[in-house]
Write a protein that binds this ligand. Sequence first.
Ligand SMILES: NC(=O)c1ccc[n+]([C@@H]2O[C@H](COP(=O)([O-])OP(=O)(O)OC[C@H]3O[C@@H](n4cnc5c(N)ncnc54)[C@H](O)[C@@H]3O)[C@@H](O)[C@H]2O)c1
Length: 297
Amino acid sequence: MAVQKIAVLGSGTMGHGIAQAAIVAGFEVALFDISQAMLDKAGETVRGNIDKHFIAKGKVTEEQGRDILSCLKLNTDMQKAVSDADFVIEAVPESLDLKKKVFADLDRFCQPHAVFATNTSVMSVTAIAGATQRVDRCIGTHFFNPAAVMKLVEVVTPIGVSAATIDIAVAVLKKMGKTPVKVKDVPGFIVNRLLGLLYQECAQIVLEGTATAQEVDTAMRLGANHPMGPCELADFGGFDVIQMAQDATYEYTHRQRDRLNILYRKMIEAGRLGRKNGKGFYDYHEDGTKTAFTIFT
Ligand SMILES: NC(=O)c1ccc[n+]([C@@H]2O[C@H](COP(=O)([O-])OP(=O)(O)OC[C@H]3O[C@@H](n4cnc5c(N)ncnc54)[C@H](O)[C@@H]3O)[C@@H](O)[C@H]2O)c1
């Protein structure tokens, strides 16, 4: 099956980036959200990105840029958005109940051949697929933030998915300029499972006073050539998200080292969630600068 029409559900951080990558690749995209305000914001962001990163840089002409944008349709009516889609990518908030409900609705609204993909980071793709009568056509496509830019997409294969569905997902992602990597449906997949260890250990180093967050970050940037230090990366990901991911991983592995480091729980209790609220291992200021936060005085 050649995919032409894609529906993206949820127009937030991930949804609008996925939609952008899809229209740039030549797909017709219906972007659905329950919030008109979020859709408007997503439409504006995508328009701005096409202007700034494609037209202004001479990658496409102004006319080609308009043609690309004309492939994006914003919609607050889910049934309309998905009824003629060949491939649906769900990027609604990280709640198993919500995702199961969305997949059950999709099963009713979509054509029989349509493939459903979830962008979940933490939830069981197998459980989400189980809300439909088409388990063989459900899969995980785990994009990374910013979704329009980041090359990797983990293709998460739940129990019961068909080889044809995997092929379709891989073909769609390759056309979007992504590099798909297949992984079984186990919490953390590949990247977050490994990053989780880094997050755990950097928090432990800071907690026991071996080094400060700044020292850890400088060491890993200069010593391991990481573009961001682990504490900076933890701030970027968000401590609440790390908590959810780590709890799910621990529930699966029951290894002590996968248990969320107490420092993250304490930081969350103190209202520090990372960059998203300007307070993590660092304090983030309005002028774009950051300063080290003294965790223990
Ligand atoms: N943010 C990240 O770095 C990141 C990375 C990889 C995966 N993910 C996953 O992607 C998914 C979306 O995350 P996000 O960060 O884009 O969230 P977000 O909060 O930025 O956006 C979610 C959007 O979904 C909309 N929404 C809520 N209920 C809906 C419904 N029933 N139908 C359609 N839209 C609905 C909201 O209005 C909002 O616009 C989550 O599963 C998350 O775990 C996030």
